[in-house]
Write a protein that binds this ligand. Structure first.
Ligand SMILES: CC(=O)NCC[C@H](N)C(=O)O
Length: 171
């Protein structure tokens, strides 16, 4: 029987930036940012990012941060999972890693933008909301409608999803 491989989760550092760029480039479902962006993010936002590794390979990544004007909301920028390890709950495990790393007192809401075609990502956030018995709101006007993107740069709407409050006693 094939031994279930273990995937480990940890905060990133700048040495992870290149592998993250490769992962997102090959995943094909996300906006690929510059390699510099991923080196910088892995370096400066370590406490709100997660690297997933299996057999020394980077198989998952979550980038997130606390927007300065909404310090109790964790904005999840990208969730990337290597197609080879999809279906094993890695996306949810990485988001739960961030929730447990910071606790519900710090993270009252979790936010993200998810394009309509990214059904896997939408299901992931619905699953996190259900697991924490939290409402999930879709707020189009607080996201990034397709019309905001440069002309000639076709991009889907990016409606904002908001999960929470994670604890009834903090709103
Ligand atoms: C949660 C998530 O992965 N959103 C993606 C937003 C956007 N399309 C991007 O790839 O940065």
């Amino acid at each position: 029987m094939q031994q279930e491989q273990t995937i480990t989760l940890r905060p990133p550092d700048k040495k992870d930036g290149a592998a993250v760029w490769e992962l997102i480039s090959s995943a094909g479902t996300l906006d690929l940012n510059s390699a510099y962006c991923y080196l910088m993010f892995c370096n400066l936002f370590q406490d709100t990012c997660v690297i997933a590794e299996e057999k020394g390979q980077t198989v998952g990544f979550v980038s997130a941060f606390f927007p300065p004007d909404r310090e109790n909301s964790l904005f999840v920028w990208q969730v990337a999972v290597d197609p080879e390890v999809r279906g094993r709950g890695l996306g949810k495990a990485m988001l739960n890693e961030l929730l447990s790393r910071h606790g519900a007192q710090r993270i009252v809401f979790m936010e993200a933008t998810v394009s309509p075609s990214n059904e896997a990502s939408r299901r992931l956030f619905q699953s996190v909301a259900a697991a924490h018995s939290c409402p999930l709101e879709v707020i189009h006007e607080e996201g990034y409608p397709a019309g905001l993107f440069p002309s000639g740069h076709t991009h889907e709407d990016e409606p904002l999803l908001r999960i929470g409050p994670f604890h009834k006693n903090n709103t």
